[in-house]
Write a protein that binds this ligand. Structure first.
Ligand code: HEM
Length: 478
């Protein structure tokens, strides 16, 4: 009989000096993978508590782990060739699985992230022009004022102030989205919106045992009941925002050049049709849902890692000083101007991928680079596992951003590193997120040093990977 789940146990953070590389390497604490197989109930309890704890040692050591489990037949893939097959070569055979849709769809409706089939194809076609490198270049300029305003706000606090960095970063990324999505046109809404979002992720973002058991939808899910006020709040605010913008667009005045105007004006190149009112709303919520917490968590983990690696933090600050007069242009050309800043963000996403697992259901039987995938199987590609896999990475647990610097980076196989996914459903906001993260990090590093307070943060998987209970830090002015 399968054994019970062990109480969650974490290893300790360590710092060691690598003589060969002549650098100190910090290793953050994460749940210690167990070796025992989890039975049905233990698995369900662990999935609800913290899905990060389901991973066993074998997942980090074998190219794939397959078999009949309590949730049906599942294959966890960590072989880059097999992953490429599933996400790219034969992507049409794989759809977003039922459990994922149950967690995400109630909030994101017919938005791009949860749409499938022809509806997804059409929406992706229509939204692609909103995120081209040129479009992101224009949006980068709108990102700076809200970032600077947040830096000023943080600088006004006394040096002894205990910041909750999770909260602060959620605020910055919200302000950036509000500026780029709807030109900040929901005055005074930031705090309320942020809180509603946090509540949504905490409640809706926890996997419900009823969904795991596939119980009928009429049975109420506790998470969904708790998430409802947040959903109602989004719906009401989004309706207001769209109505106000339509009224503005009806006038002769030039409309704000932001994502909302672009969404309302988007036309399907195949038939010239626009998005429906509901689709515009669902995609706004999707952009906020998909682009806010993810980037905020990336920033929180990055600042934590830098607080433990002062030499690297200094290298990032140096790049920030050198590009202080042209931050947006530098963020758009990171290989030339901000190589270490970008490498730090990429390494932070390797260790703490904001989206820790991608899941798909196989429509037909398939073979992915030698791995047999039966029809209906659940295919799991978990960036959290893949990015720490012993077959793919040197020093997988250590924070070593240098691996992402030009020269070393080219050796990383494309399908070994997937913070933004890959293939047709790759993150549409990838460039947007990277430019935003580089701007936030370099503007922060220009002004502050980061000091973590309290015990090591505990990563918890709630749709995104967040530090449990927040991340207390002190900032000192440079
Ligand atoms: C660090 C920040 C971000 C990370 C790590 C991230 C990660 C991801 C990943 C892994 C996927 C693919 C999911 C899958 O294949 O199942 C995805 C999809 C998506 N992301 Fe992001 N994302 C980030 C920021 C953003 C931003 C800023 C936006 C929008 C403004 C955004 C919008 C979307 C959308 C709409 C999709 C669905 C694309 C589709 O299915 O066609 N993301 N993201």
């Amino acid at each position: 009989m399968a054994r019970q789940a062990k109480a969650p146990h974490r290893n300790s953070p360590t710092l060691r000096y690598d003589r060969m590389m002549q650098q100190a390497i910090f290793t953050p604490a994460v749940p210690e993978p167990g070796t025992e197989i989890l039975g049905r109930w233990a698995l369900m309890r662990t999935l609800r508590r913290n899905p990060l704890e389901i991973w066993r040692r074998i997942h980090f050591e074998a190219p794939f782990v397959a078999g009949e489990g309590p949730l049906g037949y599942g294959v966890v893939l960590s072989d880059p060739a097999a992953i490429q097959h599933v996400l790219v070569t034969n992507a049409s055979n794989y759809v977003k699985d039922r459990l994922q849709r149950k967690v995400l769809a109630p909030g994101l409706g017919e938005g791009l992230l949860t749409a499938e089939g022809d509806a997804w194809k059409r929406t992706r076609r229509m939204l692609a022009p909103l995120f081209t490198p040129r479009a992101v270049e224009a949006l980068a300029v709108s990102m700076l004022p809200p970032i600077e305003a947040n830096m000023d706000r943080l600088a006004r606090r006394p040096a002894s102030h205990r910041h909750d960095i999770s909260r602060e970063m959620t605020r910055v990324t919200y302000d950036v989205l509000a500026a780029t999505l709807f030109s900040g046109s929901i005055a005074g809404g930031a705090e309320a919106f942020s809180e509603a979002l946090t509540r949504y992720f905490e409640t809706q973002g926890r996997i419900d045992p009823f969904d795991m058991l596939d119980l009928p939808a009429f049975l109420p899910r506790i998470g969904r009941i708790l998430a409802q006020p947040a959903l109602d709040f989004f719906e009401a605010r989004i309706e207001e925002i769209i109505a106000a913008r339509r009224a503005l667009l009806a006038k002769e005045a030039p409309p704000p050049r932001d994502l909302l105007t672009a969404l309302i004006k988007a036309r399907d190149p195949e038939n010239g049709q626009g998005l429906t009112e509901r689709e515009v709303g669902a995609n706004i919520v999707t952009f906020i849902g998909a682009g806010h917490e993810t980037t905020a968590n990336l920033m929180s983990w990055t600042l934590y890692l830098l607080s433990q690696a002062p030499e690297i933090a200094e290298a990032v600050a140096k790049e920030a000083r050198e590009t202080a007069d042209y931050p947006a242009a530098a963020a758009l050309e990171p290989a030339k101007s901000l190589p270490m800043t970008r490498a730090v963000l990429e390494e932070a996403m390797r260790l703490f991928p904001p989206v820790p697992s991608l899941t798909r259901a196989a429509l037909k039987r398939d073979v992915a680079a030698g791995v047999s995938i039966p029809r209906g199987a659940l295919v799991v590609i978990a960036p959290y596992v893949l990015h720490r896999h012993t077959l793919l990475w040197d020093e997988p647990e250590g924070f070593r951003p240098q691996r992402f610097l030009p020269g070393e980076r080219e050796a990383i196989p494309r399908f070994a590193y997937l913070p933004f996914g890959a293939g047709p459903r790759v993150c549409i906001g990838q460039q947007f997120a990277m430019v935003e993260a580089m701007l936030i990090l370099s503007r922060l590093s220009l002004r502050f040093r980061f000091h973590h307070l309290g015990p090591p943060p505990e990563p918890v998987h709630r749709i995104t990977l967040r530090p449990k209970g927040g991340l207390p830090m002190r900032f000192s002015l440079r």
